[in-house]
Each structure stands twice: as structure tokens, then as C-alpha cells.
Design a protein around this ligand. Structure first.
Ligand SMILES: Cc1cc2nc3c(=O)[nH]c(=O)nc-3n(C[C@H](O)[C@H](O)[C@H](O)COP(=O)(O)OP(=O)(O)OC[C@H]3O[C@@H](n4cnc5c(N)ncnc54)[C@H](O)[C@@H]3O)c2cc1C
Length: 630
């Protein structure tokens, strides 16, 4: 590594800095994950975004935490307003974030490229954004997710104008997306949804909804994509409000209540509801696009009851919504809504994982800066063996979840580029719930400990650590709780045989090890892989109850084995290319503490003191340091 070791003592806090430049492991991960040409294009954008997040966006995020969105239900004449109001600091952040191309560049060719750059780029930007504002990560991710759903499942292109707005480059043209699933009686149990969708047209006319020949409709899809200027010429209030309605046969009226609706005032909300006569459970759910404003300019008949008084993620307004004959447009085939929604759910889960990494990255930065500057007993606290160990472990945690989340992001991106690639699908299908669950757990632990490293001030709201912790508490709950994700891992194994793709994937990473130190580590992980294979094989004869009982442990076992293999492979890469043994130390600490028999009580401080500069301060480590077998 040509850069000098990082000097945390130079900074007062992890702000007014460039988060991209400071996160050296992320830069390496991204360089490996992006295709070469794409990275050359992306690097200056990531650099500029890292600077913006570290400066204006981080400052504004603190203001927004105190001045969150407010609901204005009625105007002064008593008419329904259904409006969420934002502090100017939040609007400035949104302008900077959407203006960076965070959504647009994944779906449309940026001005200086022939093709869109893909979702991996969006996810890397999201990781940086999570250093400052997890609520905003949620909001723009909903927007990208709704676009992804429409791109994949609105095959007839009825909602092309919405897609234009969701993926608009200019902030004034952007419309936002949302997903309304959860109802009071069911969040995890999506099949319990009771919201009813009645066709607006007389019975008999609606059944041909999906068969209307495209030429019969006069909606936005008739214009070739490049010709449509609906989005760009619309007033700043956002073009999605003014889009035309789809064919009458697709228009429904929704009745019911949605209980947790983030980005509640989105102009392109995707909601699940049940048509009359549709079967019970998830098989009977259809997807609807709920416009905020109808084509004639009037407000749609949905009522925002209130905004939730949440622990954190203040910048994204999460509300309750009552549908009462609300106009909604059927997306795709009827009764395929849950399948379509999994596109969005998987996307949101990957977002959640990279967001967790960003939060942990910020915690590490804040903690290391504080430890370098705060003195106790006459010395900077970073000099104490216990604190060195704490920071070392935090850095290892950060790089463990970074490797897993970025690999998941890459696999998700790969699948979305070629949805016919079954292998990519099966691997993505397993990595996503594991990634979401395990990164969230690390974020919870890390944010909690980062508060403690700051001492009493860590518990005070004027310091960012408490907000990071409050925000992190959403991570295990929204987009599927830990248990729900563990059950999803079981389904990926039982229905998709996803483990059959996972095992060779892990072996290939372990086989990359050629340095004796890493070969020894790889042997340890190979042994654990066999244990994992046995555990998964045992599922075939286990009762459903037994399988569920062990599902969370199994999920975490997958994370540990895969992460061990990923870190070893990256360590070998850095040894070979850069003659740098730093990552080998990270891999060793992860493998030993995860799979080792001892707790490291008798390790002695010596090695940790030496390793601190390499791991926490990103100092290059001479491979000669690996002079003993792991
Ligand atoms: C900040 C925030 C924003 C949100 N935004 C949205 C949004 O935009 N759109 C949306 O649709 N929803 C949203 N949600 C809702 C969220 O997705 C749900 O709260 C979550 O899925 C859990 O559903 P629930 O609240 O009904 O809890 P329940 O489903 O009742 O779960 C309660 C507990 O039971 C456990 N449990 C449930 N089933 C099982 C099982 N089979 N086995 C073992 N344990 C089980 C769960 O793990 C959980 O611990 C949001 C939530 C939060 C906190």
C-alpha cells in the first residue's frame, strides 16, 4: 500500500472528511467488484460523493434528526392536504443525493457513458451515504427498488412515465417510490394482507387487464423511451403526479389500512392487495401502483393518518395510510404481486446490508479518532492494550461485513443484468438474507460499543454515535426480521438448492490461497465448510420444526464460512499483487476468533500492538511478518 498509515489524531471527529478516501478497504473492494472500465468511470464519482456525504450531507443529517418531516393533514381551509413537510436541510440532502445519479445511473446511460452503470454503483454510493443518513438511504433505495420492479414486471410498459420519473437525473424531475405491504395484522405474515382491490370498471371488462393490446392504450408507453419528455418537462412538483392513467381495465379501487409506510408521500407507491375471489395467502396478492395525484391533478383518495414516532431513521417519514376507494393501477399479471415484490424486497435487503457496513465504517472512524485524541491516565486511550484490541476487532468486523455485503451486491447486480442466469439467481437468493441478517447484527453491536468508546458523551444526542445506534436498530426489523430471514435461508436451500451453488463458490475462494499462512487458514475454513455441508444435509430428514429451530444458527454459520473464504481470497490477492500482508492479518483474526478453540486470553498484547498499525491505521505490512503458521 503506497499510502502512509492513517493518522487519526489529525481529526477532531469523523466529519468534514471524505468517507470514500478514508475507507481504504472499501476502495479495494470496489476496485475488485466493478468491471475495470466501469470503475475508472465510477471512481471520481465515488470520490466526489464521499466528500459531499462527509461534509454537507453529514451536517444536514444532524439537523434533520432534530427537525424531522412533519405531516400536514389539512390546509387552512380544512381541505385534505395529505402533505409531508421537510426541513430545508433535508431537501438540500435529497438534491445532492439524487443529483449524484445514485438511482439514475443504474437505469440510464450517464451523459458520458453508453450504458447504465448498474446497481453495484448505486449500492456503493448507498454505503457511503449510510455514514451520515440511513433514513435517506431507505428513501432513495425505495425509489430505485420501485424502478427495478417496474423495469422487470411492467412488461407492457404501462407505467413508463413513472419509470422515467423514478430514474430521472435532475432532482426537480425525480419522483420517489415506496412499498406498502405491512398491515396491523401482518408484517412478517404478508399473506395476511386484508386490503381489497375492486376493479373500477364493470365486471367482465377487467379480466382482460393483461391482454389489452399495447396499441389500444394511449398511456405513456406508446412513446419510445428516448422520446418521452413527460418527466423532464413536468413542473418541479414532480412529473409522476401528472402521468396519464393506464387502460381502464387496470384501474382498481383499494380499501384497507397500511401500517408501516416509509417514504409515505411517494408519488409511485407499490402496494399489495387482494382482488375479489383471489385465493388466500400470498398467492392471492396483486401489485398496484398507487399514484399520489390523479391525472386530473386532484389528490388521490388515500389518507395519511399519522407519522410514526420512531426511535431513529428520522429523515424518512414512515406513516400509516388509509385507503378508502383509493385509485390504484394493476402492475403486471394479477395475483403475481408477491413474486414481483420479492424483487423489491431482495433489493432492499442488499441496501440494508451495505447500509449496515456504512454505519459500522462511520463508527470505526469516530471511535479511532476519539481514541487517538482522548487522554486518560495521562495517555491517549488508543495506547491501552484493551482499547487497541477493541479497535482491531471493530476493524475486522467492518472488513468482514464489507466483504460479504459487497460480494452480495455484486451477485445481485450480476443477476439483475441477466435474469435468465439460474446459477446467479441461486447464489444471490442465499447470500441476500444471510447478508441482511448478519450485517445488521454487527451494526447493532458496533454502534453500541462505539457509544461506549466515546464514554458518557457517546450517550448524548449531540454526538453522532447515539444517532448511529438509533438508526441501526431499524436494520434487523424492516425488510424482514432476523427470524423471517433465517426462514428465508431455509427456503432458498429447500426450494432452490442454493447450497449446491454456494459450496463450489466457497471452495473456489479457499483454493485461491497459496501462501502457507493462508493455506493453513483455508484448511480450517474447509473443515467448517464440511460441518456446514453436514448441517444442510441433515435438513433433508429434519422435521419442519427442527429445521426452523436451527435456522438462525445455520444462517450465521453460512455467514462465517463464506466470510472466512472471502477474506482469505482477498488476503491472497493483496499478498500477490501488493506484497502486503495486512489483509492476511484481518483474515487470520476473523478465522481464529470465529472458529478457534481458545478465546485469545493468553495471546498477549505483543501481536495486537504490532497489528494495530496495519489493521486499524491501514499500514502496509511486510509479508515477512507472517513468519508463523496461523
Ligand atoms: C422504521 C420502519 C420502517 C418500515 N417501513 C416499512 C415500509 O415501508 N413498508 C412496509 O410494508 N413495512 C415497513 N415496515 C414494517 C416492517 O417490515 C415490519 O414491522 C416487519 O416486517 C415485522 O412485521 P410486524 O411488525 O408485523 O411484526 P410480526 O410479524 O408480528 O413479528 C413479531 C416477531 O415475531 C417474529 N416472527 C414472526 N413470524 C415468525 C415465525 N414464523 N417464526 C419465528 N418468529 C416469527 C418476528 O421475527 C418478530 O420478532 C417498517 C418497519 C419499521 C420499524
Amino acid at each position: 500500500m503506497s499510502e502512509p498509515p492513517f493518522d487519526y489524531g489529525r481529526y477532531e471527529e469523523g466529519r468534514h472528511v471524505n468517507y470514500w478516501r478514508l475507507n481504504r478497504p472499501l476502495r479495494r473492494e470496489a476496485r475488485r467488484a466493478y468491471p475495470d472500465a466501469a470503475f475508472a468511470w465510477a471512481e471520481p464519482k465515488l470520490d466526489a460523493f464521499g466528500a459531499a456525504v462527509g461534509d454537507t450531507i453529514a451536517d444536514n443529517a444532524d439537523v434533520v434528526d432534530e427537525h424531522g418531516p412533519e405531516l400536514r393533514t389539512h390546509d387552512r381551509d380544512g381541505e385534505s392536504a395529505n402533505e409531508v413537510r421537510y426541513h430545508p436541510a433535508q431537501l438540500e440532502n435529497e438534491r445532492l443525493v439524487y443529483g449524484s445519479g445514485i438511482v439514475a445511473d443504474a437505469f440510464r446511460p450517464p451523459p458520458d457513458r453508453e450504458k447504465p452503470v448498474g446497481l453495484l454503483h448505486t449500492l456503493t454510493l448507498q454505503l457511503l451515504l449510510a455514514y451520515a443518513d440511513t433514513g435517506l438511504v431507505c428513501a432513495q433505495s425505495m425509489t430505485a427498488g420501485a424502478a427495478l420492479v417496474l423495469e422487470n414486471h411492467d412488461e407492457a410498459g404501462h407505467y413508463g412515465a413513472y419509470l422515467e420519473g423514478l430514474t430521472a437525473r435532475a432532482y426537480d424531475d425525480v419522483i420517489e417510490g415506496a412499498m406498502f405491504l405491512t398491515e396491523r395484522q401482518g408484517g412478517s405474515d404478508v399473506g395476511a394482507i386484508e386490503t381489497v382491490a375492486e376493479p373500477r370498471s364493470p365486471p367482465g371488462d377487467s379480466d382482460d387487464a393483461t391482454e389489452a393490446p399495447p396499441g389500444d392504450s394511449d398511456d405513456a408507453t406508446e412513446a419510445p423511451p428516448g422520446d418521452s419528455d413527460d418527466a423532464t418537462e413536468a413542473p418541479p412538483e414532480n412529473s409522476g403526479d401528472a402521468t396519464e392513467a393506464p387502460p381502464e381495465s387496470r384501474i382498481y379501487e383499494l380499501t384497507g389500512t397500511k401500517w408501516f409506510c416509509s417514504n409515505v408521500d411517494a408519488q409511485a407507491t407499490l402496494a399489495l392487495a387482494r382482488r375479489p375471489e383471489a385465493p388466500a395467502g400470498t398467492a392471492g396478492l396483486s401489485m398496484f401502483l398507487v399514484p399520489h395525484v390523479l391525472p386530473d391533478g386532484t389528490l388521490n383518495d388515500q389518507r395519511y393518518r399519522r407519522l410514526k414516532d420512531k426511535l431513529g431513521t428520522t429523515s424518512v417519514p414512515t406513516g400509516e395510510v388509509e385507503f378508502d376507494g383509493t385509485t390504484a393501477y394493476l402492475v403486471g399479471e394479477p395475483e403475481r404481486g408477491f413474486a414481483y415484490m420479492t424483487t423489491m424486497l431482495n433489493w432492499e435487503r442488499v441496501t440494508n446490508a451495505v447500509g449496515a457496513v456504512g454505519i459500522v465504517g462511520r463508527c470505526l472512524l469516530e471511535s479511532a479518532i476519539h481514541a487517538a485524541n482522548r487522554e486518560a491516565f495521562g495517555r491517549p486511550i488508543a495506547e491501552f492494550p484493551l482499547m487497541r484490541r477493541d479497535l482491531l476487532e471493530m476493524a475486522v468486523d467492518h472488513e468482514a461485513i464489507l466483504a460479504f455485503a459487497m460480494e452480495t451486491a455484486r451477485r445481485f447486480d450480476r443477476y439483475e443484468r441477466d435474469r435468465d442466469d439460474r446459477e446467479a439467481f441461486r447464489l444471490m437468493r442465499l447470500l441476500v438474507p444471510v447478508s441482511k441478517h448478519c450485517t445488521a447484527q454487527v451494526a447493532l453491536e458496533t454502534t453500541s460499543y462505539a457509544m461506549e468508546i466515546r464514554g458518557g458523551n457517546g450517550y448524548v444526542n449531540e454526538f453522532v454515535t447515539s444517532r448511529l445506534s438509533r438508526d441501526a436498530h431499524a436494520l434487523p426489523i424492516w425488510e424482514g426480521t432476523s427470524n423471517v430471514l433465517a426462514l428465508d435461508v431455509l427456503r432458498a436451500i429447500e426450494r432452490e438448492d442454493a447450497h449446491e451453488v454456494l459450496f463450489p463458490f466457497v471452495r473456489a475462494h479457499l483454493d485461491a490461497a497459496s501462501h502457507p499462512h493462508l493455506v493453513a487458514l483455508a484448511e480450517t475454513v474447509r473443515g467448517e465448510l464440511e460441518g456446514l455441508e453436514e448441517a444442510i444435509a441433515a435438513l433433508s430428514t429434519a422435521t419442519e420444526a427442527d429445521a426452523q429451530h436451527g435456522a438462525k444458527e445455520l444462517t450465521e454459520y453460512v455467514f462465517e464460512v463464506v466470510t472466512g473464504a472471502l477474506l482469505i481470497e482477498r488476503a491472497q490477492h493483496e499478498l500477490g499483487r501488493d506484497h502486503d500482508a495486512r489483509k492476511a492479518i484481518v483474515a487470520e483474526r476473523f478465522v481464529r476468533r470465529t472458529f478457534g478453540d481458545d478465546r485469545g486470553i493468553a495471546d498477549g498484547a505483543g501481536s495486537a500492538m504490532e497489528q494495530f498499525d496495519a489493521v486499524v491505521r491501514y499500514d502496509r505490512l511486510d509479508p515477512a511478518a507472517l513468519d508463523h503458521p496461523a
